[in-house]
Design a protein around this ligand. Structure first.
Ligand code: HEC
Ligand code: HEC
Ligand code: HEC
Length: 439
């Protein structure tokens, strides 16, 4: 694995140099610009993306409480040493069974499958919440398309739409061919004219945008603010065996000592030869200087990260994108943002970039999808009202892809750090406001 990583890394670096057109004449650090060496995760066990082999030989993923334990190892991931190509568009003969429109409709709505309503509106007061990433199919039957064409579109739409956001339901194995026959039978029954809309919230095109959550820095409104304040005790606490406290080396209190620091992260840290967020840095810097552990996704790490970032509130994001290390990392992050992964063959770009058939600023089910170009990072870590938890960017990234059939990487993985650098580039010049509040 390490060998593959090195070879792939060399190729990437070369590409980065050609694109940048600036081969360095002298390289003080022989590894500068190279993809980072394999990183040993310092995350809590449920955040490390590990797969357990059970006594009966079954494989089970170790994940956060309540998350799926399914192992999606068959499908490719963002890991730099995962060099599997995108699966080729699949085809299957349409089974010669009678399609049942009723079964088809419940499959269309089934949360455990698509749900197709995540992206498509159809008729029916029970269709809630439908999204509009894909076209409105309320009168799809009127188009009179041949059954086997529609079957193949659902089985794997990439034959007709190579860059589609719609998952290859048959190729990825989410839907069996027989199930697709029922869906085809159902879609044929969708005839116009659609009845007049009674509820403007049912239709994602007329649904009002969700309201905000008020002042995210008001402690009576955002429970995460109080948690960051609690981290001040940790700041002053001596590490085990008489070691130092953060306060011993960083004088003047966190607000003064850390002022502006977070504006420069994620950042290439020479000592560790990789791009790091504040969270990543604390996983190594805290034990090295104080003896205290601050594992990624632990309460200590999240709380301290918020405390550090709050010292930059109101200051513009100022990530460096100019050095060879940062350029190369940015380009790898951008490539991963556009790489299609997992069972659903989704890329981050499918849901978070704007454009026809893309998700940004549209509804996926009931959720309005954020637009990467507006910047999605400067309020992280953020309070999530739906979870009653503080989430950093990494948990958000893990959550975006795990339910879509990709094995998550460790929360402190370099791949996520470089993806985060790419996302943060869109926030450059915009003010940090931590902790945020989101659904
Ligand atoms: C993540 C969003 C997404 C989901 C989920 C989704 N689709 Fe689509 N679908 C699209 C998009 C986008 C298109 C438009 C084609 C394109 O431009 O890529 C589309 C097109 C279609 C079409 C029209 C094809 C044509 O030739 O006009 C059908 C039929 C369809 N989808 C059925 C389904 C069914 C059935 C499901 C559930 C199994 C489903 N879709 C789930 C995004 C989605
Ligand atoms: C033994 C001294 C020492 C201790 C203890 C210490 N640090 Fe540091 N820290 C440093 C030095 C030296 C640097 C690098 C120079 C700099 O940027 O100030 C640094 C850098 C940092 C940075 C990056 C600042 C930047 O601008 O890039 C953060 C964040 C940080 N420390 C947080 C902490 C936290 C939180 C603790 C307590 C868990 C802590 N440090 C404990 C010495 C220490
Ligand atoms: C199938 C759609 C889908 C894909 C693919 C997807 N996300 Fe998301 N993402 C969502 C939804 C839904 C939300 C919650 C609504 C929102 O804030 O956009 C979300 C939220 C986010 C947010 C938080 C935005 C905020 O303002 O708080 C970030 C950051 C994010 N996603 C990053 C990513 C990254 C990086 C990837 C690729 C690793 C990715 N997403 C892939 C659906 C998706």
């Amino acid at each position: 694995m390490i060998w593959i990583r090195t070879v792939a890394g060399a190729v990437l670096t070369l590409a980065a140099l050609i694109v940048g057109g600036c081969a360095p004449t002298e390289a003080p650090d022989p590894r500068a610009g190279l993809p980072p060496a394999p990183w040993i995760s310092r995350a809590i066990p449920e955040a490390r993306g590990e797969i357990k082999v059970l006594p009966d030989g079954k494989r089970e993923a170790v994940r956060y409480k309540g998350w799926t334990k399914a192992d999606f190892g068959k499908f490719r991931t963002y890991a730099y040493d995962d060099t599997r190509p995108e699966p080729r568009p699949g085809k299957a003969p349409m089974p010669a069974i009678a399609g049942d429109p009723k079964k088809g409709r419940s499959l269309f709505l089934a949360r455990a499958k698509g749900p197709c309503t995540g992206c498509h509106l159809i008729q029916g007061a029970d269709v809630w919440p439908a999204g509009n990433v894909g076209p409105d199919l309320s009168t799809f039957g009127d188009r009179g398309l041949p059954d086997d064409y529609v079957f193949n579109q659902i089985y794997d739409p990439r034959h007709v739409f190579p860059n589609t956001t719609m998952p290859p339901w048959g190729t990825g194995g989410v839907l069996a061919p027989d199930e697709i026959v029922h869906l085809v039978a159902f879609l044929k029954t969708l005839k116009g004219p659609a009845p007049p809309e009674k509820d403007r919230e049912r239709d994602p095109n007329t649904r009002p945008k969700p309201p905000g959550f008020g002042d995210n820095l008001d402690p009576t409104n955002n429970p995460a603010v109080g948690r960051a304040e609690a981290a001040e005790a940790l700041w002053a606490k001596k590490g085990p065996a008489g070691a130092k406290a953060c306060a011993d080396c960083h004088a003047g209190g966190p607000a003064k000592a850390m002022k502006g620091a977070a504006t420069r992260y994620p950042k290439y840290v020479t000592q560790y030869r990789r791009v790091m967020s504040i969270e990543d840095l604390l996983t190594v810097h805290a034990p090295e200087t104080t003896g205290m552990h601050m594992l990624a996704q632990s309460a200590e790490n999240l709380d301290m990260t918020m405390l550090v970032k709050m010292a930059s509130n109101g200051m513009p994001v100022a990530v460096d994108l100019s050095t060879p290390e940062h350029r190369a990392a940015f380009e790898r992050g951008q490539a991963n943002f556009n790489k299609r992964v997992g069972q659903r063959n989704h890329a981050c770009a499918d849901c978070h970039t704007p454009g026809s058939g893309r998700g940004a600023d549209r509804f996926l089910g009931g959720r309005l999808l954020g637009n990467v170009e507006n910047g999605l990072t400067r309020h992280f870590p953020t309070w999530r009202t739906s979870q009653a938890q503080v989430w950093d960017m990494r948990k958000r990234m893990q959550w975006c892809l795990t339910p879509l059939g990709m094995n998550m990487l460790p929360a402190d993985a370099v791949e996520y750090a470089e993806l985060e650098l790419y996302l943060t580039s869109f926030d450059k010049g915009k003010p940090i406001s931590v902790p945020g509040i989101r659904h």
